[in-house]
Design a protein around this ligand. Structure first.
Ligand code: AMP
Length: 479
C-alpha cells in the first residue's frame, strides 16, 4: 500500500518538475527572441549576447564617482547647506533631472553656452524632446508656477541640492555631471532679498572655512539695456579683429554675452568696453545702491565688477559671483553665481513675479576642502567613531547578526566582518576602521549571556552582561 503511494507521489513530482522545466525553457526561448532595445549599438549587442566578459565600459568623460573617502566632505557640505538654508527659512525643493527641453531653452536662452553647446537633449521614447537639467532655476520656476506657489505668503524661498548635466569641455573644476547648492526667492522685488541671498551663499562658504569676496554688478532692466546694447554692439564691431571667434558671433547673436567671455585674449578689449552701470535708470541705480548698503551692513566683503553680466538671458538688475580670496587673480573660477530675474516667471506663463537666486558649485567647494585638509594634515577621511563587532566560533557567528541588528536599532554605528573567522584578522580590520572599541562574542559569552568590550587603544578588555551592553557603550562613547 505504502509502496503504491510512494510511486504515485514520485510520478506527480516528476510531472511537476517536467512542467516547470518546460515553462522555464519556454521563458528562456521567449527572452532570447525578445529584441534587444534599439538604442544599443552593434558592439553592445555583441557584448550582451557574449555575456558580461567584455571590455569594462569606461567612466564617461567629465563624470566622477563619489567615493567613500570623499563622503565626509560631501556630508559636511550638504549639512552646512541644509543648516543655513533652513535657518534662513528656505524650504527644500527637488525637481526632476529630466524636464521638457523647451523649459531650459526658453529660460536660459539661445546664444548661451549652456543651451547652444552644453545641454544634454534627446528624444524620449514617446517622442518628447527632453533636456537633462543644466541648472536649477528653470525647474524651480516651473515648480513655482505649476504648484500655484504664488498663492502662498511671499517671498517663497526654496533651496535645492543635486546633480546637473552640462556637456562642457572637461577640465579642472569643470565637469559634465556637477552638483550645486541652489537657493531661490520668489515674490519680492526688494534689495534686502538680494542681499539676504548673497549673505546666505557667503556665510555658507565662511562656515566651511572658505574666505571669499563677492563681485557685484547691475545689468538693469531690459529697457535700461536697449540703448546700452546699441553702444556695446558698435564698440564690439569696431574692435572685431581683437575678439575670439565666439565673441565675433556674439556681436550679432548676444553681445552682452561677449562681456562674460573667458578667453584671455579678449579680456583687454572687453575691459575697455562701455560699462552698463553708466546706462542704468535712476530706479535701477538706486536699487543697486540699496543692495550694496545692505551688504555693508551685513559686513559681507564685495567689489564692483562692471564686466560681470552672467551671460544668461533671464537676469535683470543685480548680478553677482563669489570667488575664493586666496586664489591668484585671473586664475580663479567662481564658486557661486546668481542674480535677480524679475521677468522669467511671467515669461514662462506664471503671474508676473520678481525673483532672485544663486547657484553654488559643490565640486569646487570640495576641491578647496580637500586642499585645506591636505594643508592642515587634517585627514578627515578616516571613519570616525563606531564600534567593531568580532565573533569567535560558529555559535557566536549565528548570534552576531541578531545582536548587530539590535545595536543598530539603538543607534550604535557598527562595523563587522562575518566572513572572517580568525579573531586576529577581525581585530586588524577593527584597527583599520579606526574604532575605539571592539565587541568580542565567543562561545562562552553566548552561553553566559555576556560580551567582551575591548578598548582598542589600551587593549584592556572587560566582560559585561549583554543586557547592559547598550548603556555601557553609551557611557564609554559619551564625550
Ligand atoms: P552657473 O550655474 O553656471 O552660474 O554656475 C554656478 C556655479 O556652479 C559656478 O560658480 C561653479 O562653482 C559651478 N559650476 C558651473 N559649471 C560647472 C561645471 N561644469 N563643473 C563644475 N562646477 C560648475
Amino acid at each position: 500500500m505504502l509502496k503504491k503511494h510512494m510511486k504515485k507521489i514520485k510520478k506527480t513530482a516528476k510531472s511537476i518538475t517536467k512542467k516547470r522545466a518546460e515553462v522555464s525553457v519556454k521563458k528562456i526561448i521567449q527572452e532570447e527572441k525578445r529584441p534587444i532595445p534599439a538604442a544599443l549599438s552593434e558592439e553592445e549587442e555583441q557584448l550582451i549576447v557574449k555575456g558580461p566578459k567584455g571590455k569594462l565600459p569606461s567612466l564617461l568623460r567629465g563624470m566622477k564617482d563619489v567615493l567613500p573617502k570623499d563622503w565626509p566632505h560631501w556630508k559636511k557640505i550638504y549639512h552646512t547647506a541644509e543648516g543655513i538654508a533652513e535657518a534662513y527659512g528656505f524650504g527644500y525643493l527637488e525637481t526632476p533631472v529630466l524636464e521638457e527641453a523647451s523649459l531650459f531653452i526658453r529660460s536660459i536662452g539661445r546664444g548661451t553656452d549652456i543651451i547652444d553647446k552644453e545641454m544634454y537633449v534627446f528624444e524620449d521614447r514617446d517622442g518628447t524632446r527632453v533636456g537633462m537639467r543644466p541648472e536649477f532655476t528653470a525647474g524651480a520656476v516651473r515648480a513655482y508656477i505649476s504648484h500655484g506657489m504664488h498663492t502662498l505668503p511671499q517671498p517663497v524661498k526654496l533651496w535645492s541640492f543635486g546633480q546637473l548635466f552640462r556637456h562642457d569641455r572637461p577640465q579642472a573644476g569643470r565637469y559634465r555631471q556637477l552638483h550645486q547648492f541652489n537657493c531661490e526667492s520668489f515674490g519680492a522685488h526688494d534689495p534686502a532679498v538680494d542681499a539676504e541671498l548673497i549673505v546666505v551663499a557667503y556665510n555658507f562658504l565662511r562656515d566651511l572655512g572658505i574666505e571669499t569676496t563677492v563681485q557685484m554688478n547691475s545689468i538693469g532692466t531690459p529697457e535700461d539695456r536697449q540703448n546700452y546694447l546699441v553702444e556695446l554692439t558698435g564698440y564690439l564691431r569696431i574692435k572685431r579683429s581683437y575678439l575670439c571667434e565666439d565673441c565675433k558671433k556674439r556681436i550679432t547673436r548676444n553681445p552682452l554675452r561677449a562681456l562674460d567671455c573667458k578667453n584671455e585674449s579678449c579680456r583687454p578689449t572687453l575691459e575697455e568696453a562701455p560699462q552698463i552701470v553708466d546706462w542704468l535708470s535712476e530706479a535701477s541705480k538706486n536699487y543697486f545702491m540699496k543692495v550694496l548698503e545692505f551688504l555693508d551692513e551685513l559686513e559681507a566683503p564685495y567689489t564692483l565688477k562692471p564686466t560681470l553680466v552672467r551671460g544668461l538671458d533671464y537676469y535683470t538688475e543685480t548680478v553677482f559671483e563669489i570667488y575664493e580670496d586666496s586664489v591668484v587673480e585671473g586664475q580663479q573660477s567662481a564658486l557661486c553665481g546668481g542674480g535677480r530675474y524679475d521677468l522669467l516667471v511671467g515669461e514662462l506663463g506664471g503671474p508676473p513675479t520678481p525673483a532672485c537666486g544663486f547657484a553654488l558649485g559643490v565640486e569646487r567647494v570640495m576641491t578647496i576642502l580637500r586642499r585645506k585638509a591636505e594643508e592642515n594634515k587634517d585627514k578627515v577621511e578616516k571613519p570616525v567613531g563606531g564600534v567593531f563587532f568580532a565573533h569567535l566560533g560558529e555559535q557566536a557567528r549565528r548570534r552576531t547578526l541578531k545582536m548587530i541588528e539590535d545595536l543598530r536599532r539603538d543607534g550604535v554605528v557598527l562595523h563587522h566582518s562575518l566572513g572572517k573567522t580568525a579573531l586576529k584578522a577581525q581585530l586588524e580590520l577593527a584597527d583599520k576602521f579606526g574604532v575605539a572599541y571592539t565587541l568580542i562574542l565567543g562561545q562562552k559569552e553566548v552561553q553566559d549571556g555576556t560580551i567582551i568590550i575591548r578598548d582598542m587603544e589600551s587593549g584592556i578588555q572587560e566582560i559585561v552582561d549583554q543586557k547592559k551592553l547598550k548603556s555601557e557603550l553609551e557611557k564609554k562613547t559619551r564625550v
